[in-house]
Design a protein around this ligand. Sequence first.
Ligand code: GLN
Ligand code: ZN
Length: 763
Amino acid sequence: MTTVTNLGFPRIGPRRELKHALEAYWRGEHDASQLQATARELRRRHWQLQRDAGADVVPCNDFSLYDHVLDTAFLFDAIPERYRPLVEADPLAGYFALARGVQRDGLDLHALEMTKWFDTNYHYLVPELHAGQSFRLRGDKPVAAFLEAQAQGFPARPVLLGPVSFLLLSKTMDGSDRLALLDRLLPTYAELLGRLKAAGAEWVQVDEPCLALDLDDDDHAAYRRAYQALAAADRPHLLLATYFGALAGNLALAAGLPIDGLHIDLVRAPEQLDAVLDSLDDSRVLSLGLVDGRNVWRSDLDRALKTLRRAHERIGGRRLQIAPSCSLLHVPVDAAVEAALPADIRSWLAFATQKIGELRTLADAAKGLVQAFDTLDAARELWQARRRSPRVHRPEVAERLATLNASSLARQAAYPQRRQAQRQRFGLPAFPTTTIGSFPQTHEVREARARYRSGKLPQADYDAFLAAETERCVRFQEEIGLDVLVHGEFERNDMVEYFGEQLDGFAFTRLGWVQSYGSRCVKPPIIVGDVRRPAPMTVRWSRHAQALTPRPMKGMLTGPVTMLQWSFVRDDQPRSATCRQIALALRDEVLDLEAAGIGIIQIDEPALREGLPLRRKDWEAYLGWAVECFRLTASGVRDETQIHTHMCYSEFNDIIEAVAAMDADVISIETSRSRMELLDAFVRFRYPNEIGPGVYDIHSPRVPDAGEMVDLLQKAVAVLKPEQLWVNPDCGLKTRGWPEVRAALTAMVEAARRMRTGMAAKV
Ligand code: GLN
Ligand code: ZN
């Protein structure tokens, strides 16, 4: 008999109940007991949902009030000293302080750094460790979670982040070796396992997602040491969970560890099944990750069943479990509530709840249950309907893509010649000033949009409102003396949604929320079918804004890789194919902007770097098509049209060649927070085109003065030629307030003026 399990369930709740409870607690409207009551109720409901959908065993301790990596650091008392008094005084308040920082009562503590959880859009908090760090158990969250599930009659398996992944995901503040802390950490893990066993847990799921990364010999040795130590403890059975990719070079290591079971991701890496079956000895349990925990589509159940049967033949049902490929944290809770979606699209979707149902069907079909075959038949029909649907396949998109050739990917002239044409056309001063696109999205702007969307504000009134906001923004930029203006993006809710809503091939859910970090959720669009642009999307507002001013107005687009990266994508064609379709649609937009007299066009690609695959060997292929898609979008224009791109990160060192290959005339990047450290990349690599290293950190309400910005620009001049440099903030200004923006941009214009004077003095 094959057991249906799950590695983790979304925590936020189908209606973002956890978000609302957290924010009420942070605002002081709810006390801790109200927050804990909501959390308990969510756990109960989610366990019930999973059981009702057919899970034999449900995960526990997968729930977190903020983040499971922070939970792990907290549990093992890996708490930075600056936070200790707060944590001792009030553990819950201290826990949130670690996550969010504190600025009150004379305290000014910065939060733990946040970074992406592997290649997902979830962000975890990076534990801060140091040499000689000691660990001990603080509280008993995993044990309590297990007892809570047990008391409610749910057969539960506690989830822990494994010791090696925990250390590899942390950073040491003194630069010492993280893994050197392993021997100090393991006794605490062993103690926790002992407590879980005493509480009655039969199995524990130990997540080691780092086993899907490139690991070196030291990492391998750490894995061996860790699991030998844990195996010797008095403990429940250990299921080692790997996901987000193939074990590949780590397979022999993982299979050789003294564990009782192994979970593998067969969605990202279906090819690894046979090798795993060959290397696992016959005392071990194998958990097959059969349905996609990273995407929203119904599975191809026939294929999954074939995989399950193959494993069954080899090792029998007793040793087999089935589960999603990874935790379901990365998908919304329930597709059944999406009543506003077209019925066919809804019928193709499987969110967390539906995915457990799919696993139930697979287990029942493997057992030979008749009803399971009816469910399989119905599922097959839906799956095939999606493959055939005209909503998915628009032949004209493929036909157009087929006509592209190398010349569609290159600008007419090389950069030096374009530069001349653009200088002549725009006559900009040295150190030209500009912004990244958005201006403050004030309460009034958001309210007007909400009223328009709910039908309370008529189209004509909304348009008049936007026109007035745009004009005010243009006048403001003229007044403070910026060189290249933007329209302000007041009409946009979100940089992906705004475009997705105007493109064919995208669908939007009502409640398809996925946790991004803490209480922050995103509602990614779903790319359902071939992408096409039925009509121009931004030309109207850009043209309107350009008509207001003689200064150059920059058109503003979201790039194809970012559109792809921040959406749920199709699983019936490679990501690269979907990206090309988006690029082609955006290329038309670029050309329409150009034809409308917009001489400068910015194509934002903040997600280009985060799309990098987990394994180095896959980088080149990814960067190849990602850069190609950008070029497809950008390169149809004339030489004198200036293409900008923007990326709000700065870890450039390892992808600088690819960034240069995008061949944008100007690139703006985030640099102010790192005090231009990231410009190191430019010491090694001579970036050929123009570049605007951000001089104003827009993530903070702090207003820098002109002197500070001049200092940053001086650092930039040390590694780049003055005539390459632009002056701009780190990113868009939409989260800031007008008074700070006015003060900071005024200082920025002044900084550029001082740089020009300085340069003139040198000649
Ligand atoms: N143009 C966008 C803005 O200014 C860019 C946002 C981003 O890089 N994330 O808001
Ligand atoms: Zn940005």
